[in-house]
Design a protein around this ligand. Structure first.
Ligand code: UDP
Ligand code: MG
Length: 314
């Protein structure tokens, strides 16, 4: 069957403790698939021996490639690099800590064989992280879905399958610096489906995402998917404008009725009008910055799935 080769992209940052177990689980799953396969480990500047381990794996196993970054560039960059170098018809991105169980590969690839270009794995519940993480992730998705025009699947993880043609679109058209891969994948179109899974505890080692990283991820993904914050200026300018008119009327009436201290009315009118105009102008600038943002990102105006023509058959 065509469409058969699968590429596994694994981002690795100081995962020496779990790598052997992950590799074992992965190989078992891949062997059961009966497909041509390759595994691309992207070592995101590890300093704990993962580097040497990966070199040994790639020397011993011809289906394994290890790409080493010169320093830590972050999980997203690692996934992008892996996708760039993958040659499969289907590409599956996974974490190296066994939280994305390789045993699920058959059911993921079944979805691909059924004609899906994108299979987003959604976490049913996290065995780790606890209540606070859960709550903040729900809040985050609710917020980003309110602020942005595109619907993002809540609980989407960095565990997903994309077809070659989706990967081609990412390679060619989505090279923006501030990006949120999970979100981008859900906006390119094509046939997409989700597959819920239970993420087990991290097999060993510690999560690299601390609250500050998560906050950064949340901000950068909102910034890359929404221009709503830029409109704050316009809205607050309008709000202040209305308040200001009320205040002006009020102080004019007061001026006629009981003559306050000299200069008071002028000051109030000047200050409130000035604040409203200032905020409004900031909002207008925000609007133009939003346009610049869109242009700089250079996202595709459209993505063609396929074109039907009989030109060549004449
Ligand atoms: N990772 C990476 N670069 C980083 C941080 C993490 O490549 O700077 C990898 C890490 O090795 C793992 C995956 O990204 O394979 C997810 O990281 P982690 O398990 O720490 O995150 P969590 O599952 O806790 O969200
Ligand atoms: Mg993890």
């Amino acid at each position: 069957m065509d469409n058969n080769k699968v590429s596994i992209v694994v981002s690795v940052y100081n995962e020496a403790q779990v790598l052997p177990r992950f590799y074992e689980e992965l190989e078992a799953a891949l062997a059961g698939l009966g497909r041509e396969h390759e595994t691309i480990f992207v070592d995101d500047g590890s300093t704990d021996g993962s580097r040497e381990l990966l070199d040994r794996l790639s020397a011993a196993d011809e289906t394994v490639t290890a790409i080493h970054f010169s320093r830590n560039f972050g999980h997203e960059a690692a996934m992008i690099a892996g996708i760039d170098h993958a040659s499969g018809d289907a590409i599956v991105c996974m974490d190296a800590d066994c939280q994305n169980p390789p045993a699920l590969l058959p059911s993921i690839l079944q979805r691909f064989d059924e004609g899906n270009d994108i299979v987003t794995m959604t976490r049913e519940e996290r065995a780790d992280g606890g209540f606070l993480n859960h709550l903040s992730s729900r809040f985050f998705y609710a917020l980003i879905n309110r602020l942005s025009d595109t619907r993002l699947q809540p609980n989407a993880s960095d565990f997903f399958l994309i077809s070659r043609r989706v990967a081609d679109v990412l390679r060619r058209d989505y090279r923006e610096r501030t990006r949120f891969l999970r979100g981008v994948i859900q906006t390119v179109g094509f046939n997409a489906t989700t597959l819920p899974y239970r993420a087990p505890q991290r097999a060993a080692g510690e999560s690299h995402y601390h609250f500050s990283n998560l906050l950064h991820l949340a901000f950068s993904s909102i910034a890359s998917f929404s221009k709503a914050p830029l409109k704050l200026g316009i809205y607050s300018g309008l709000l202040f404008g209305v308040l200001c008119i009320g205040l002006i009327v009020y102080s004019l009436v007061m001026w006629i009725v009981d003559r306050p201290v000299g200069g008071y009315t002028t000051l109030i009118i000047f200050l409130s009008a000035f604040a409203a105009v200032l905020l409004f102008v900031v909002g207008v600038i925000g609007y133009y910055v939003g346009i610049i943002l869109d242009e700089v990102k250079g996202r595709p105006l459209y993505v063609i799935e396929y074109t039907s023509t009989n030109k060549d058959n004449k």
